[in-house]
Design a protein around this ligand. Structure first.
Ligand code: ME8
Length: 576
C-alpha cells in the first residue's frame, strides 16, 4: 500500500502532570510515546507540534507544599523544574512546556469558562457526592459503592462532600458524543477502551462539577470562577483547557486544524474522550481526532505505589541510561511498554533480554559486521551500488555467492531464494507510516528492526566472508561482494531512519560514521531532516549511499550485557 502520507499539521499532547511529586516512569513513558510519534511525524514531513507540561492548581499540591514547608507556588515550581529536567534528560523534543500557573493559560482558560457560563452551558447548582481527594474527582454513587467508598486508584477513603457548585451540562451532549465516538470522528484507541467509554455513555451522564467553593481553612490556590470570587475553577476543567489555550496564538492555531492527538493512560480517559470533547463542542471548536489511552507500567510484577515505595524513578532510568545508553532505555520503554490494553512489567531481566536481542545482537551487531566487512575488503568505501535485486553487468551477485559457498562445501538448503531489498525496505517504510497514524509505535519501530533481521538473514545466506576469499580466483567475485555489501549497508541505512524516532542519538552516530546526509546538522541528533522520509528512504535515491562514500567502522553501538550483572541503581533522590 503506497498511499501518500497525510500532510496536514500534526498536534500531539501528553497529560499535564501534577506537581505534588517528582516524575517517574509513567510520566516519562507517556511523554516518550509522544516524543517518538512527533519525531516520526516530523520525519514523515508533517508540520508537528508536541506539547507537555504541568497541572499545578490541584489541592494535593497545596497539601504536599505544606508538608515541605513551601508555598504552593514554590513547591509547584520546584517540581515543574524536575519534570522539565527529566524530560530534557530523556531527550524529549517537546515544542512547549505549559504550566497552568502561567498567565497565558489562566487568561485563556478563564475566557473559555466564561463563554460556557455566558451561553448557559455552565450553571450554579447544589451538589452532594463522593469526592476522591487523592484523584481530585467526584465519583458516581455506583462507582463509590463498588469500591467500598474508597478511591479506586489509591484505596484512600472517599469524602462525602456537599457543595454549591457550578456545573457543566454534560448530559446535553450525550447523543453527539455517542455519534462522534461510534463513527470514529473521535477515534478512541485501543478498541477495548472505546467499548468501555461507549458502555459508560449508555449508562447515562451526570452534570460535571466545575468549581469548588473556597473555605476559610483552604489556601487560595486556583483560577477564580469568572464573576464569582467565592469559587475556584475545578482543577480538571481548567487543566483540560491547556490543550487549546497553549496553541491559541496566531502562529500555532493551525495545529488545531489537522490531526489532534491526546495521549494518556487509562485512568484519565473519561476526561479526555468525553468531558473535554463536549466542552470543545460547546465552545464551537473541533474535538480531538484521536484519544489514545495506554495501560500501566508495573515494577517487577507489582503495582507501583507510594506505600510500597517501588516507583521506577527518573533517576533509575538515568542509571539504566548510564549503563546501557539513553537510546536503549527509550527503545525498551517504547517497544515493551503498556501501549495496548494490558499492563507491562519493568523487570531488569526483561530489559537485559530485550537489550541483547534487539540492540546488541541485532542492530549493533549488524551495523558493525557490515562496517567491518566494507572496511576489510574495500578499505571502507564501495565502488558501486546495487539495484536491490543483485544483478550487475556480467553476472548475478547472489549466484556467485552461492557458488562460493558450494565450492567451500557449505551449500545452502534452498538455493532458489530471492532477495529484493528495494521492495522489502519500501514495504517496511509504508508499514511504519501507516502504523504511526494509529499510534501503533511498536509496529512502526518493528518495521525498522525487521529490515535489520532481513539483512542478518541475507548475510547468513549469501556468506560474504566466504565469497571474499575468492576475489582472486572467481571472476566477478569482487563485484558481487561489493554489490552484496552495498545492499546490506543501504538497507541498514533505511532501517536506521525508521528506528531514529526512538533512537535519535544512535541513528545519528551511524549516519556520521557512514557519512549519510539525513540531518541538516549531522552533529546534532535533534536537527531537522533534510527531506521527508519517503525521499530519504529511497533505494539508490538522492540520499542513498553513493559509490566511494566512506563507511567508517565506528565505535561499538551497544556492548552486549551480561544477564547476571546486578541491575543499575540510582542514588536516593534529594528532597523527596
Ligand atoms: O492525572 N504507567 O496527572 P498525573 C503508565 N494532572 N503511565 C502512567 C503511570 C503508570 N504506572 N502512572 C502515571 C493527572 N502515568 C492530571 C492530568 S490532563 C489535562 C490532567 C502517566 O500526574 C499517564 O499518562 O496523575 C497518566 O495518565 C498520567 O501519568 C497521570 O498523571
Amino acid at each position: 500500500m503506497t498511499t501518500e502520507p497525510n500532510q496536514s499539521p500534526y498536534y500531539i499532547t501528553t497529560p499535564i502532570y501534577y506537581v505534588n511529586d517528582r516524575p517517574h516512569i509513567g510520566h516519562c513513558y507517556t511523554t516518550l510515546l509522544a516524543d517518538v510519534a512527533s519525531r516520526a511525524q516530523r520525519l514523515i514531513g508533517r508540520d508537528t507540534f508536541f506539547l507537555t507540561g504541568t497541572d499545578e492548581h490541584a489541592e494535593k499540591v497545596v497539601n504536599s507544599a505544606h508538608e515541605h514547608d513551601m508555598t504552593p507556588m514554590e513547591w509547584a515550581t520546584h517540581n515543574a523544574t524536575r519534570f522539565k529536567d527529566a524530560f530534557a534528560q530523556m531527550n524529549f523534543s517537546n515544542d512547549d512546556f505549559v504550566r497552568t500557573t502561567e498567565d497565558r493559560h489562566i487568561t485563556r482558560a478563564s475566557a473559555a469558562i466564561k463563554k460556557l457560563m455566558d451561553q448557559g452551558d455552565i450553571e450554579l447548582g447544589d451538589y452532594e457526592g463522593w469526592y476522591d481527594p487523592s484523584q481530585e474527582e467526584y465519583l458516581t454513587d455506583t462507582v463509590a459503592k463498588e469500591h467500598d467508598f474508597k478511591s479506586p486508584v489509591t484505596g484512600k477513603p472517599l469524602e462525602k462532600r456537599v457543595e454549591q457548585n457550578y456545573f457543566f451540562n454534560l448530559p446535553k451532549y450525550e447523543p453527539w458524543l455517542r455519534d462522534q465516538i461510534e463513527s470514529g470522528a473521535i477515534k478512541v484507541l485501543p478498541e477495548q477502551r472505546k467499548n468501555e467509554v461507549l458502555g459508560r455513555l449508555k449508562q447515562g451522564l451526570n452534570r460535571v462539577p466545575v468549581s469548588r467553593r473556597i473555605k476559610e481553612d483552604t489556601p487560595d490556590w486556583g483560577i477564580t470562577m469568572p464573576g464569582d470570587p467565592d469559587h475556584r475553577v475545578y482543577v480538571w476543567i481548567e487543566a483540560l483547557c491547556n490543550y487549546h489555550t497553549t496553541i491559541d496564538t496566531d502562529d500555532r492555531r493551525k495545529y488545531w486544524t489537522g490531526d489532534v492527538v491526546h495521549l494518556m493512560a487509562k485512568d484519565i480517559l473519561w476526561f479526555h474522550a468525553v468531558i473535554w470533547p463536549a466542552m470543545l463542542h460547546a465552545l464551537g471548536e473541533r474535538p480531538p481526532t484521536l484519544v489514545y489511552a495506554h495501560a500501566y507500567w508495573i515494577a517487577e510484577g507489582q503495582k507501583m505505589s507510594k506505600s510500597l515505595g517501588n516507583f521506577i524513578e527518573i533517576d533509575t532510568l538515568g542509571a539504566y541510561a548510564d549503563t546501557f545508553s539513553l537510546d536503549a532505555v527509550r527503545w525498551y520503554l517504547a517497544t515493551q511498554g503498556p501501549l495496548g490494553a494490558t499492563d507491562s512489567d519493568f523487570a531488569h531481566a526483561r530489559f537485559v533480554d530485550v537489550y541483547n536481542a534487539d540492540l546488541a545482537n541485532s542492530l549493533g551487531n549488524s551495523v558493525s559486521r557490515v562496517g567491518n566487512m566494507i572496511d576489510k575488503y574495500f578499505n571502507g568505501a564501495l565502488d558501486r551500488t546495487c539495484n536491490g535485486e543483485f544483478g550487475f553487468e556480467g553476472g548475478k551477485a547472489l549466484q556467485l555467492a552461492l557458488k562460493a559457498r558450494e565450492d567451500a562445501n557449505k551449500p545452502v538448503d534452498d538455493p532458489t531464494r530471492t532477495f529484493n531489498f528495494n521492495e522489502f525496505t519500501t514495504n517496511a517504510v509504508n508499514r511504519a507510516i501507516n502504523a504511526y497514524d494509529d499510534l501503533d509505535l511498536e509496529s512502526a519501530l518493528r518495521a525498522g528492526l525487521d529490515i535489520v533481521k532481513h539483512v542478518d538473514d541475507f548475510i547468513s545466506y549469501s556468506a560474504p566472508f566466504t565469497l571474499a576469499k575468492r576475489v582472486d580466483d572467481l571472476e566477478h567475485a569482487d563485484k558481487a561482494l561489493a554489490t552484496i555489501l552495498y545492499s546490506c549497508a543501504e538497507a541498514l541505512r533505511i532501517a536506521t531512519l525508521l528506528l531514529a524516532p526512538a533512537m535519535p542519538s544512535k541513528s545519528a552516530q551511524i549516519w556520521r560514521d557512514w557519512n549519510c546526509t539525513h540531518l541538516t546538522d549531522p552533529a546534532d541528533p535533534n536537527a531537522a531532516f533534510v527531506a521527508p522520509l519517503r525521499e530519504l528512504a529511497k533505494w539508490t535515491g538522492d540520499h542513498s549511499i553513493k559509490p566511494n562514500q566512506h563507511i567508517n567502522k565506528g565505535d561499538t553501538l551497544f556492548m552486549r550485557a551480561n544477564p547476571s550483572d546486578p541491575a543499575p541503581e540510582a542514588a536516593a533522590p534529594a528532597n523527596a
